[in-house]
Structures are given as structure tokens and as C-alpha cells.
Design a protein around this ligand. Structure first.
Ligand code: BDP
Length: 328
């Protein structure tokens, strides 16, 4: 046998490939992101990893994979737990099945407004929830904005819960959201973000719920042209690092990385405020029929069943709800 048999070339290539992969894996962090590259989350994540590399002199470096190319959010959360994904921005909605305490954030109308959410998450409460997440292998470094989620659909404006009767809504991956839609009289199906456009277009679902920037960036507004301002969920997002990666950093580098993560959250929140306005203007110009909901009380009242069911499943939620309410 000579050195040039296909088998030897293959073996050599595999060996070389593995060597490269091993070096890359230890030096380079892989970042998961569901959003398109110009989205506020995406810009802030790119800023975070560039600055993290700068301040740690390259001890941390990496690349963010935008647009959900590394898979759906529920899968990415599991991947992060085992260190396959090193950093990510996750919406806290699909975190509930992994870290039940975080379901407190998915309780509809739990926050008074965005400022209240900031006061809660940036304080001791955010740290407490962070500990529960770290115990599951996910270390939150900073909280990003995701506005308020409202219902939209292809059929009609929603003004009262009875308007949801007979309609099917896509929700994020968490049973709590199925209960939320059912408590309002609609049907719900959990589905990956990437599948929603096609499902709306083909009528597999009649509607979904999201903030203005996601409604716009995904083009859902083209296939579901009624947006009703229910603002039922104000869900923060976390810039998280895999505990496996985090534990490899010195305490000094951890402090530096945490600082640039918080700076990136400041940037993200500024970008978010601008994008929310721009996205709203864009979809309204394109002819989306938008309505405010004059009386949200019937929506809020219907949620007591959701709270009761969530507390029955995770008793710790009762205290966490009280903690949130105690923050002015
Ligand atoms: C967006 C969130 C994103 C979620 C998405 C969804 O930023 O993390 O995956 O909603 O509805 O607002 O799945």
C-alpha cells in the first residue's frame, strides 16, 4: 500500500479535521441566536462577543450564528446545558420546561410595564432566578428586552376573549402558554419560531402572538394582518453562557465578561426602543389593521386559572409572584 490510497488520505483528513475541531472547540465560543442579523438582539450579541474577546485578551472569543441556523430554541437550551452551545440569547418563555421557577415570568400580566420588568430583573430577583438557572447549567449574565407580546391573526380584530373562540394560535414551547390561550377560549399549539410563517400562510394556525419587531422581521404581518394590542406578556430575554464554559474562566475574566454583557444589554435596550417604533410604523404603513383593546380586564381576569394551575405544578411560584409584586 502506498501513502496515497483513498483510505489513508481519508484517515489523514479525519485526523487533521479532528485536530482542528478540537482546537476550535476549546478556543472559540459558539453563539446561538434565533434572529436575523440586523435585529437588536443580534447586534448586541455581536458587540458582546467582540468586547469579551477584547477585555479577556482572547481568553474568550467566538462567533454568533444568527437566524436560528443552529436549531430551535428548546434544542439550543438543551445544547447549552451540555456545553455544545457556549452563549445565547434565550427568550424566557421556553425556559420554563427546563427551569420551572422561570415560569413566573411567563405568567400573563405579571409585570405592570417594561420599566417594572427592568426594576425586577436588574435587582435581587433577577439574581435569585439566575441561581436557579445556573443550577441547570445556564448562567444568565444580563437581561435583554423583548417588548410586550400581543395577539395577531389572519381573521379579525380581537377586542374581547370571546373573539379567540374557534381560532388556533401558535405559542412558544411551554404548556403554560397553551393554558393561557385556552383560558381565553382559543386553541393553541406550541411550534418552533421558524415554522410560524408557513403555518400562518397555509392556515395551519390562524394566529400567533409576539412583539412588533418579531411580527415585522419574520414577515408574519404579511400573512396575519390583524394585530390587537393585548400586551399580555412582557418576557425578558437572557444573555446566557453555558456553565461548562463559564467555569473554565478565571474569576477575573468572569467579572470582565459579566461587565461587557451588561453593557451589551444597555445597547440592546436602546436599539430595542428604536426598532419597536420602526417595526410598528413599517407594518402599519403596509396596511396591517391594528387595534388597541379598550378593556383588558376580561383578559386579565381569565388568567387566574393560569396562575392557579402554574402554582399547583410549581409551588415555589407563589413566593416568586409575591417577590415581583413587592417591587414597585
Ligand atoms: C421573539 C423572541 C424569540 C422567540 C420568538 C418566538 O425574541 O426568542 O423565539 O419570539 O415567538 O420575540 O418563538
Amino acid at each position: 500500500m502506498t501513502m496515497t490510497t483513498p483510505r489513508k488520505i481519508f484517515a489523514a483528513a479525519v485526523a487533521a479535521g479532528l485536530a482542528v475541531a478540537a482546537t476550535t472547540a476549546s478556543a472559540e465560543w459558539k453563539g446561538w441566536n434565533i434572529h436575523v442579523p440586523d435585529y437588536p438582539v443580534s447586534v448586541a450579541m455581536d458587540d458582546f462577543i467582540a468586547k469579551a474577546s477584547e477585555v479577556t485578551g482572547g481568553a474568550v472569543s467566538g462567533k454568533t450564528f444568527h437566524g436560528g441556523v443552529l436549531g430551535s430554541q428548546p434544542d439550543a437550551i438543551t445544547q447549552m446545558q451540555i456545553g455544545g452551545i457556549n452563549y445565547a440569547v434565550f427568550n424566557m418563555g421556553p425556559m420554563g420546561p427546563i427551569v420551572p421557577e422561570t415560569n413566573v415570568l411567563s405568567l400573563p400580566f405579571i409585570f405592570k410595564d417594561m420599566d417594572h420588568m427592568h426594576r425586577v430583573m436588574d435587582g435581587a430577583f433577577g439574581d435569585k432566578l439566575g441561581e436557579a438557572m445556573a443550577a441547570k447549567g445556564l448562567v444568565p449574565l444580563a437581561w435583554y428586552d423583548s417588548g410586550a407580546r400581543s395577539f395577531y391573526n389572519s381573521q379579525k380584530p380581537i377586542n374581547t376573549p370571546s373573539d379567540l373562540d374557534g381560532m388556533k394560535f401558535r405559542v412558544m414551547n411551554n404548556e403554560l402558554f397553551v393554558g393561557m390561550v385556552e383560558a381565553l377560549g382559543g386553541n393553541a399549539t406550541p411550534m418552533a419560531f421558524s415554522e410560524v410563517y408557513q403555518s400562518l400562510k397555509t392556515g395551519v394556525v390562524d394566529g400567533a402572538e409576539n412583539n412588533w419587531p418579531s411580527y415585522e422581521s419574520t414577515n408574519h404581518y404579511e400573512v396575519a394582518g390583524y394585530y390587537s394590542l393585548s400586551q399580555h406578556l412582557i418576557l425578558p430575554e437572557c444573555l446566557c453562557v453555558s456553565k461548562a464554559s463559564w467555569d473554565q474562566l478565571s474569576a477575573e475574566d468572569q467579572a470582565k465578561v459579566r461587565k461587557v454583557a451588561r453593557d451589551s444589554a444597555d445597547l440592546q435596550r436602546k436599539l430595542w426602543a428604536d426598532r419597536a417604533k420602526a417595526s410598528q410604523a413599517k407594518v402599519l404603513e403596509s396596511g396591517v389593521k391594528f387595534n388597541e383593546i379598550a378593556d383588558k380586564a376580561p383578559f386579565q381576569d381569565a388568567m387566574s386559572a393560569v396562575y392557579t394551575a402554574a402554582i399547583a405544578k410549581t409551588p415555589e411560584l407563589e413566593q416568586l409572584i409575591a417577590d415581583i409584586k413587592a417591587v414597585d
